[in-house]
Design a protein around this ligand. Structure first.
Ligand code: DGY
Length: 324
C-alpha cells in the first residue's frame, strides 16, 4: 500500500515501512504543503505520516475518509480533531515515551540557563559587553532545595521531576487531571490545586497536553499568583501561555524568568522582545531533537502505519474508542 510522509523523518522509519512491503513517498518541498494540497495528495495514498504539525481537522478528515491511519510523528496530538477522526473511524497514532527523557533534558537545560542567565551572558560576550569580573552584575539564583511545580505530570513531567530531585534535591508538587501514584511513591511528589501550584512553585514547568482546557491557562491572572522569584518553563505547547501576559509579568517582576522551547506562533519572529530579555531563554522547539528520540519516533510512527495497513490495532493509539 502507499504511505505519504509530510516531511523527511529518520530513514529507519521509512525503511521499516518499505520492508513491510509498502511504497513510501516523502514530501521534500521547501514550503510546507497547504491543507488543500495535502488533501489532494492524500487521495492517492492509504496512510499519512504527519511530521510537521499539519492541521488534521474535520475538513481534512472528511476529505480524506479513505485513510487507514493518521500516524503522527509527535507525542502531542493537538493538531488532530480527535472527535472527527473517531467518528470517521480513522485511527490516530502518536509517539509517546521515546522522547520523554530528551524533552525533559531541554526543560532542565532551560531551567538552569534561566537561573544563571546563561544565554544572556553568552550574548554579552558576542556583543562585546563583557568588561571583566563584576561582583554584583547579572547574578543568578540557585536551585538547591527549591520547589519544582509540574503542570501535567505524565511521562515527560516525571523525567523532569526525577532530574530536579537528583540534581538539586528539589521538592516536587504537581497539578494533573488525575494523581500520579508513581511520582508520589518514587519522588515524594505532592498533588496540589492549580492555585497552590502557582503560589508554591519556585520553578513551574509545563508538560500538559494542549487542549481547550489548557489553552492560555498561563495568563495575567495566573502569573500574578506566582512568586516574584519564580521561573516559568514551557516545553509543551506555546498556546498554553499568553505571550503578551508573560512578557508583562517578566517586565514588571511579577515572575523572575522564563525558559521556552515552544512559542505561539512557531517559528517565533527573530525581533521578538523576549529574545533580548536577560531573564529569558528561548529555543526553537527542539525538545525531541536527538538522534535517539527522533529515530525512536520514526520507528513508532512506522509501526503504527504497518499495523493499520494490516488491519491491526495501532501499538500507540490516541483514539482507542474507535475499537469499541
Ligand atoms: C511532540 O512530539 O509533540 C513534540 O512537540 C515534537 O517534538
Amino acid at each position: 500500500m502507499k504511505v505519504f510522509i509530510t516531511k523527511q523523518i529518520p530513514e529507519v522509519g521509512v525503511q521499516r515501512m518499505e520492508a513491510a512491503g509498502h511504497e513510501v513517498v516523502v514530501y521534500d518541498g521547501e514550503q510546507p504543503l497547504s491543507q488543500e494540497a495535502l488533501i489532494e495528495t492524500c487521495q492517492r495514498f492509504d496512510a499519512l505520516v504527519s511530521a510537521g504539525f499539519n492541521k488534521i481537522d474535520r475538513h481534512f478528515l472528511n476529505a480524506c475518509k479513505h485513510l487507514k491511519v493518521v500516524s503522527l510523528f509527535s507525542v502531542g496530538y493537538d493538531s488532530v480533531d480527535l472527535n472527527a477522526a473517531t467518528q470517521l473511524k480513522i485511527p490516530v497514532g502518536n509517539t509517546p515515551h521515546v522522547l520523554s527523557k530528551a524533552t525533559a533534558d531541554i526543560a532542565f537545560l532551560l531551567m538552569l540557563n534561566v537561573s544563571r542567565k546563561a544565554f544572556f551572558n553568552y550574548k554579552k560576550i558576542l556583543d562585546g559587553k563583557w568588561k571583566g569580573f563584576e561582583p554584583v552584575a547579572d547574578l543568578g539564583q540557585e536551585l538547591y532545595g527549591k520547589t519544582l511545580g509540574v503542570f501535567g505530570l505524565g511521562d515527560i513531567g516525571f523525567e523532569m521531576a526525577k532530574k530536579c530531585r537528583a540534581a538539586f534535591d528539589m521538592d516536587i508538587i504537581y497539578h494533573n487531571r488525575k494523581p500520579n501514584a508513581r511520582a508520589e511513591a518514587q519522588l515524594g511528589a505532592r498533588y496540589v490545586s492549580f492555585d497552590a501550584l502557582l503560589a508554591q512553585s519556585d520553578v513551574l514547568s509545563v508538560h500538559a497536553n494542549f487542549s481547550d482546557q489548557t489553552k492560555g491557562i498561563f495568563d495575567k491572572a495566573a502569573f500574578a499568583k506566582m512568586k516574584p522569584s519564580s521561573i516559568f518553563i514551557n516545553t509543551a505547547r506555546g498556546g498554553m501561555h499568553d505571550e503578551a501576559d508573560l512578557k508583562d509579568a517578566l517586565d514588571a517582576g511579577t515572575i523572575w524568568g522564563a525558559g521556552l522551547d515552544v512559542t505561539n506562533p512557531e517559528p517565533m519572529d527573530k525581533e521578538n522582545p523576549l529574545m533580548l530579555m536577560p531573564n529569558v531563554c528561548v529555543l526553537p522547539h527542539i525538545g525531541s531533537a536527538t538522534k535517539e528520540a527522533r529515530e525512536g519516533m520514526a520507528m513508532m510512527a512506522a509501526d503504527n502505519v504497518i499495523a493499520a495497513l494490516k488491519g491491526d490495532r495501532l501499538p500507540t493509539i490516541v483514539n482507542a474508542d474507535i475499537y469499541l
